[in-house]
Design a protein. Structure first.
Length: 224
């Protein structure tokens, strides 16, 4: 009999300890929240009744349980403390005054309720043509060195086409047209002696020359 009473008391104690408990009280513009292994949906529902906010779930409702003891805080601080570390995406819509929550929108995360680890950041894609262009560009030669690809001027092949050379024109143009007659000096008139000026009166000497007397021809004698 005593063993049965002891077993019943132990079961009642275990049930009382494992029972979820949620207590939300409002004092003025602040709320006080106490939860012991309570579903998060139940805690938010109790808070919505005390503050007048509306809770909207986008997707399945979260199944996580929370345990917290909040002193009197504002409704916004209470919501942030309840959702902290639950891996849920949410949005708050405030009233025009910005002091009261009108709507709380919740988007369920993974099944475990923990935030999914972020994957590695995607690496930027580099076009392969960039490497080809860099490979095709020759490296700049140093000032003291001669590029290997540049041929020396003395060893450059003569690419001038070979053929008959064109005759260069003479420096002066050749005479054209009929040939002019050869001009010779005119001999002096007969009867003019050396030292006498042509056309000068008889007996007038030329200055600087010796005077020469030319005898006059004898008149012809008529023959009988």
């Amino acid at each position: 009999m005593r063993s049965r009473i002891a077993l019943t008391a132990a079961l009642l104690l275990a049930a009382s300890l494992g029972r979820a408990d949620t207590d939300v009280r409002r004092s003025g513009d602040k709320v006080e929240v106490h939860a012991t292994a309570a579903p998060i949906t139940e805690v938010l529902d109790r808070l919505a009744r005390q503050t007048g906010m509306k809770v909207v779930y986008d997707g399945p409702q979260p199944r996580a349980r929370v345990r917290l003891d909040l002193p009197p805080v504002t409704p916004v601080q209470a919501v942030l403390s309840i959702l902290e570390g639950q891996g849920l995406n949410y949005a708050l819509r405030m009233d025009p005054s910005g002091t009261r929550i009108e709507t709380l929108l919740l988007v369920a995360g993974g099944a475990s309720g923990a935030p999914a680890p972020a994957g590695p950041a995607p690496r930027p894609e580099i076009p392969p043509r960039m490497f080809e262009r860099e490979r095709e560009q020759p490296e700049p030669a140093e000032p003291d060195e001669v590029p290997a690809e540049a041929p020396l001027r003395g060893n450059e092949p003569d690419e001038t086409p070979k053929g008959p050379r064109e005759l260069m024109p003479p420096p002066f143009p050749a005479p054209t047209g009929p040939a002019a007659p050869l001009m010779l000096p005119t001999p002096p008139a007969p009867g003019t002696a050396p030292g006498m000026m042509p056309g000068a009166p008889s007996g007038m000497p030329i200055p600087g020359l010796p005077q020469v007397v030319v005898p006059s021809p004898a008149p012809a004698t008529p023959q009988d």
